[in-house]
Ligand binder design. Structure first.
Ligand code: DAH
Length: 339
């Protein structure tokens, strides 16, 4: 019996090492210590022993039992720790890892500069107005003092949709729409897309952007136009900016002028950017033609106004030294990410 007990002690030690989870451990407990377990089976035979042997074997049996229990406890604790470590390793979060960056877009250079220009005019008390890109001939030409047979129509290569509907060739029709709906004082800018059937090359695009300006009130003069544009130039290019007016002709203004800004890169000395001119043509402008005012139901005897129009692309190209207008529309990330 003594040998049998020692045998059990050995077997348990070996089998415990092979038990790799708590379930297997529990099975061993039943196998050795349970009611029908191997140790229990031996203890049941104690009755057959002599009176001298009984206490000796009894003590040994208790020792073996205590030993087995102790071993099982230790093994259980070791297994639990092993499982916990496995779980911790699997669930580990490294808070020092860099996060996954999701790419975010950027503002288009045209939008950037347009925002800047809008801010400048908003700061001078202008509102922002808009009109349709698919426009009536009446608003794009007729009401702007360009009747059907007017030669200046030829200079604007118009996309006609029907005889009377077209893609606007300029933002000037917004002047008419605003004046039809709003009595003076009027002080607006109208940025937007315009269309001309030009072939696409480095300096021409069938779609581009203009920013229109219109001020109508009592006693508005050419001096107000000059003052407003000078202020605009200073805000856009700095306090040293200068502008100059050259006589020109537009059907919807009288008198009319083309307005140059002194080259912001060379300060008027002439450089690559201004092609040696020292000045850059930025705007068309003038005093609103009396006929245009009366076309909108505004009495030219009572009110006067000035208007101006500029191309956005040209301003942005000069600002960033971009020499091909097509860059704006191709959405090449290598180009767009530079701004
Ligand atoms: N609409 C003209 C163009 O596209 C630009 C222009 C010139 C607008 C004079 C104006 C202006 O408002 O007064 O060429």
């Amino acid at each position: 019996m003594k040998a049998a007990l020692e045998q059990i002690r050995q077997t348990v030690a070996a089998e415990l090492n092979a038990a790799h989870d708590l379930k297997a451990l529990d099975a061993l407990r039943v196998k050795f210590l349970g009611k029908k377990g191997e140790l229990t089976a031996i203890l049941k035979q104690m009755g057959k022993l002599s009176a001298e042997e009984r206490p000796v074997i009894g003590q040994l049996a208790n020792e073996v039992r205590a030993d087995i229990e102790k071993r099982m406890e230790n093994r259980a604790a070791a297994l639990k720790e092993e499982l916990l470590n496995l779980r911790l390793a699997a669930e580990k979060i490294d808070v020092t890892m860099p996060g996954t960056k999701s790419p975010i877009g950027k503002q288009h250079p045209l939008s950037m500069v347009l925002e800047e220009i809008k801010e400048i005019f908003l700061g001078m008390g202008f509102d922002v107005a808009s009109g349709p890109e698919v426009e009536l001939d009446y608003y794009n030409f007729e009401a702007l003092n360009l009747p059907k047979d007017h030669p200046a129509r030829d200079t604007q290569d118009t996309f006609y949709i029907t005889e009377n509907i077209l893609l606007r060739t300029q933002t000037s029709p917004v002047q008419i729409r605003v004046m039809e709906n709003q009595k003076p004082p009027v002080r607006i800018i109208a940025p937007g897309r315009v269309y001309r059937s030009d072939a696409l090359d480095a300096t021409h695009s069938p779609l581009f952007h203009q920013i229109e300006g219109l001020v109508v009130d009592k006693n508005v003069t050419m001096a107000d136009l000059k003052g407003t544009l000078t202020m605009f130039a200073r805000r856009l290019y700095g306090e040293d900016a200068q502008i100059r007016f050259r006589p020109h002709h537009f059907p919807f203004t009288e008198p009319s002028a083309e307005v140059d800004f002194m080259c912001f890169a060379c300060g008027g000395k002439g450089c690559r950017l201004c092609k040696g001119e020292g000045w850059i043509e930025i705007l068309g402008a003038g005093m609103v033609h009396p006929k245009v005012l009366s076309n909108c139901g505004i009495d030219p005897e009572e009110y006067s106004g000035f208007a101006f129009g500029m191309g956005l692309e040209r301003i942005v190209m000069r600002r960033f030294g971009i020499d091909d207008i097509r860059m704006f529309y191709e959405n090449d990330q290598r180009f767009l990410n530079q701004f």
